[in-house]
Structure formats: structure tokens, C-alpha cells
Design a protein around this ligand. Structure first.
Ligand SMILES: Cc1cc2nc3c(=O)[nH]c(=O)nc-3n(C[C@H](O)[C@H](O)[C@H](O)COP(=O)(O)OP(=O)(O)OC[C@H]3O[C@@H](n4cnc5c(N)ncnc54)[C@H](O)[C@@H]3O)c2cc1C
Length: 432
């Protein structure tokens, strides 16, 4: 393995923090009581806070770390609109009309996020460049084409197939067997987007308290008692927006959400001609593997930002970076001697049915479980859960009432993940 892959000044933190470092925790003195306490200050929490703050509710957002330190400042910044579960599996589970309604919500999430960014004037390098989905096997290409027929017919999905013979117009690699261009999808700078949301939320009168872990949420006098490391307060309502960082403070959600590590690296700046060859149209790129790769140019088009599952749990930054670098050179062998300037990771939340969930559990509102594709869905679900809390019928979604199941053998530690990851790797290598 190449030991010299680390650039001088290598940082074990998101590349995104170069332009948008985390805002150091604001430390308002915590109130005795609020209308709504929101646990988690990522896109879900802030999107909910914006809707509630503008509706005149007193809102306190609490985060264990600095605001946004979870996934929402460190993701790939790729805005998608298709659910993890394939359309035919959705139909098998829920019937055709519910499946179509669920798929439409994916598109609505992208529309809402784009609308929010544009209407709020959030400067976050929003780039509607589309996404290329690479087919890992020839039959995956056929599967992409079949699902496109359905999606186009039933929900007006805008995409186009690219055969292997023409894929060099999309990607300077021979690793895929053609793919699909998903035209409406987009990229953004995740930390700038979070920063913009945080500013709007604060302007709406919402208090955001970082470095204030919530220890417990319990029922009290028709409302809730919210215990934090700094003080205990009461809230009429609580929204849990902790996704892949959900812990013991909210055990009912912990046993339904499975935290999985996702890792990214950034290369040194590359020559413009090279970038134009590797990702000619500056699109977002993912593939059809179980243990998928996701990569893209940096918003200024100078670097490759590459992500994947280096491990399902915690791995130190340098070890993880080497693994992701190796995955990247599998796609682009010519990047073997290109050093890495940044490497980072975060925890996404998987669910047992691979779908996001929204609603109310034991009186507590929640939205979570985006299965690794949460930039648009978390923004949308945050808004929707706030509307639900306000009693606004617009808060209804096709995801309401989907059973949100845990597993009897899973309480705290996702012991089964290493086995599942090995199975997925074998399937990617030898399966169909
Ligand atoms: C490396 C990586 C790449 C990704 N790439 C993409 C992508 O390209 N496209 C895409 O759509 N999605 C992507 N995702 C997923 C996406 O970032 C998430 O789905 C989304 O940001 C989830 O937002 P959230 O607000 O629900 O959770 P988070 O942003 O994770 O926020 C949860 C917050 O809850 C806080 N918290 C937890 N427990 C407590 C407690 N007890 N008290 C107080 N606070 C608490 C945490 O500190 C954290 O800040 C990626 C994720 C990672 C890690």
C-alpha cells in the first residue's frame, strides 16, 4: 500500500470546513420552559426549528456537539430523490399506489430543499448538475433501465440511460457497465448549507445550544422533562432529530436506528484537464453496489471527493483514508500517486426496512432513518414533522403510519453489521 498518500498538512476533518468551519457552540442560558425542545441540530432539527420558529413557537435546539457536527456538515452534498428500496420491492411490500406515493415523496423532498435554498437565498454552491449512477454489473444496467421505464411512466422521473460504449462522456473510468443519468439531482456544499440554515433559524428567534447533550426525555404534566448536562427544563413538545447519533437518551429510537460509518476523502487539487477527463460534466456519481461508492468534484471543480464504507463502525482517520484511497484508485487507477488532503467520517442511520420514518412515538415527534441519503429527505421531513406538531394537515406524508420496527436482538450495539458488510462485499464481488 502506498504510504505517501497523505499530503503535507493533511487534516482529519471534513474538506468542507476549509470554507465553512463549524460555528462554535452558542451558549444561551437555557430557559426553564419552551414550547418545543429539539434534540439534534442537523438538517432535520434546523428545518423543523425554522418552520416552528416562524410559526411563533418558542423553540430550543439542543446538540451534544457544536451545531451541525453530526452528518449535516460532513456529507457528500449530493441531493438525491430515489429511495433505497427498489420500486418493485416497494410494490411487493405496500402495493402499487402506496409505492408510487412513497416514490413521489422522494421527488418532493428534492423540490422542497431546492425551493428552501433558493427562497432563503442560502449561498451553498447549489449546482443542479445531475447524477450518474454507474452499473456495477451488466445486469445492473438492465435493472436500471427497467426501473427507469416504470419511474418515468408513473412519476415522470427524468433520467436517461448511457450505454458502456458512451460512458466516457460521464466518467473517465472503465469500471462500470454503463449507467443512468438522473437529471434533476444536484450537488451542494453541505457545511455552507447547514450554516445558512443555522443563520435563518437564529434570525427566526430560535435558540441553539451546542455542547449540551440531552441525557433523558421523560413525560411530565402532559408535557416533557428534558434533562441536559447543563440543566433540566420542561417542554410542551419534543422532536428527536438525532438520526445516526441517537443514543441512550431516547432508547425507543436507538433500537430502531442502526448507526453505520460513512467515510470520505478529498484529493489534492488536480489539473483542470485531468478533472475534465475524470468527471467531464461535473456530475455527482454513485454506483449500484451494495457497498456503494459515491464521489464528485469539489464545488470549485478542482478535487475529487470520494466516499464509501471503509468500515461499518469506527476506524481511525488515517487507516480509513488509506482504505478509501484504495477504493478510489479502483475506479481511477491514475490517482494512485495523488495525495489526500482531508479524510473524515460520520454516522448515518439505517433502518430495518431501509426507509426513512416520521411521526410520533410515545408522544415524542421524530424524523430519522435516511439510510445514507438524507440531505434532501432530512430537510423535508424536518419541515413536515414541524407541520405535524403544529396540527397543519400539510404535515401529512406517504410515510405516515409505516411500521417503524426494531429487532428483538438489537438494543444498543449493532453486532450484526460486520457480518452484513461481509455478505454485501461477497455479493458485490460474486453475486448478481
Ligand atoms: C460521510 C457522509 C457522506 C454522506 N453523503 C451524503 C450525500 O451525499 N447525500 C445525502 O443525501 N446524504 C448523505 N449523507 C447522509 C446525510 O448527511 C444525513 O442523512 C443527514 O445529514 C442527516 O441529518 P440529521 O439532521 O437527521 O442528522 P445529523 O446531521 O447527523 O444530526 C444529528 C445530531 O444529533 C446530535 N445528538 C445526538 N444525540 C444527542 C443528544 N443526546 N443530545 C443532543 N444532541 C444529540 C448529534 O450531535 C448530531 O449533531 C452522508 C453522511 C455521511 C456521514
Amino acid at each position: 500500500m502506498n504510504q505517501d498518500i497523505f499530503a503535507p498538512g493533511f487534516k482529519a476533518e471534513p474538506y468542507w470546513y476549509e470554507e465553512a468551519p463549524l460555528v462554535v457552540a452558542s451558549e444561551p442560558s437555557l430557559p426553564d420552559a419552551v414550547d418545543v425542545a429539539i434534540v439534534g441540530s442537523g438538517y432535520t432539527g434546523l428545518s423543523a426549528a425554522l418552520t416552528l420558529g416562524r410559526a411563533g413557537r418558542s423553540v430550543l435546539v439542543l446538540d451534544a456537539e457544536d451545531p451541525g457536527a453530526g452528518c449535516s456538515s460532513r456529507n457528500g452534498g449530493m441531493l438525491g430523490e430515489i429511495l433505497k428500496v427498489p420500486y418493485d420491492a416497494l410494490i411487493g411490500r405496500y402495493g402499487k399506489s402506496r409505492a408510487i406515493a412513497l416514490l413521489r415523496e422522494g421527488m418532493a423532498a428534492l423540490d422542497y430543499t431546492r425551493y428552501l435554498i433558493e427562497s432563503e437565498g442560502i449561498a451553498c454552491h447549489f449546482q443542479p448538475v445531475g447524477k450518474f449512477v454507474g452499473a456495477w454489473r451488466p445486469n445492473h444496467y438492465d435493472r436500471l433501465a427497467r426501473s427507469l421505464d416504470f419511474l418515468h411512466r408513473e412519476i415522470g422521473y427524468e433520467a436517461e440511460m448511457v450505454p458502456a460504449s458512451a460512458q466516457n462522456s460521464e466518467i473517465g473510468s472503465e469500471i462500470y457497465h454503463g449507467g443512468r443519468i438522473e437529471k434533476r439531482q444536484a450537488g451542494l456544499h453541505p457545511a455552507l448549507y447547514h450554516k445558512g440554515l443555522l443563520e435563518r433559524v437564529t434570525q427566526a428567534g430560535v435558540a441553539v445550544a451546542g455542547r449540551t447533550p440531552v441525557l433523558a426525555v421523560t413525560r411530565q404534566n402532559g408535557g416533557f422533562r428534558v434533562e441536559t448536562t447543563r440543566r433540566t427544563l420542561s417542554a410542551t413538545d419534543v422532536i428527536v432529530a438525532t438520526n445516526g447519533y441517537t443514543g441512550d437518551a431516547t432508547p425507543a429510537f436507538r433500537r430502531r436506528l442502526i448507526p453505520v460509518g460513512s467515510y470520505m476523502i478529498a484529493t489534492e487539487p488536480l489539473a483542470p484537464e485531468r478533472m475534465a477527463r475524470l468527471i467531464p460534466k461535473r456530475r455527482m456519481i454513485v454506483d449500484t453496489k451494495k457497498m456503494l461508492y459515491y464521489f464528485r468534484p469539489s464545488p470549485d471543480g478542482t478535487r475529487i471527493l470520494f466516499g464509501g464504507r471503509a468500515a461499518v463502525g469506527e476506524l481511525d482517520a488515517r487507516t480509513a483514508a488509506k482504505k478509501i484511497h484504495r477504493l478510489m484508485t479502483g475506479v481511477y487507477p491514475e490517482l494512485g500517486d495523488v495525495p489526500i488532503t482531508h479524510a473524515w467520517r460520520g454516522f448515518v442511520a439505517m433502518t430495518f426496512d431501509q426507509l426513512p420514518h416520521i411521526g410520533r412515538q410515545d408522544g415524542i415527534y421524530f424524523a430519522a432513518g435516511y439510510n445514507g441519503s438524507g440531505v434532501a429527505p432530512s430537510t423535508y421531513f424536518g419541515h413536515k414533522v414541524a407541520l405535524k406538531l403544529l396540527g397543519d394537515p400539510e404535515g401529512a406524508t406517504a410515510f405516515d403510519d409505516l411500521p417503524f420496527r426494531g429487532h428483538p436482538l438489537y438494543r444498543r450495539r449493532p453486532w450484526f453489521l460486520p457480518w452484513l458488510a461481509s455478505y454485501y462485499r461477497l455479493k458485490d464481488r460474486y453475486g448478481r
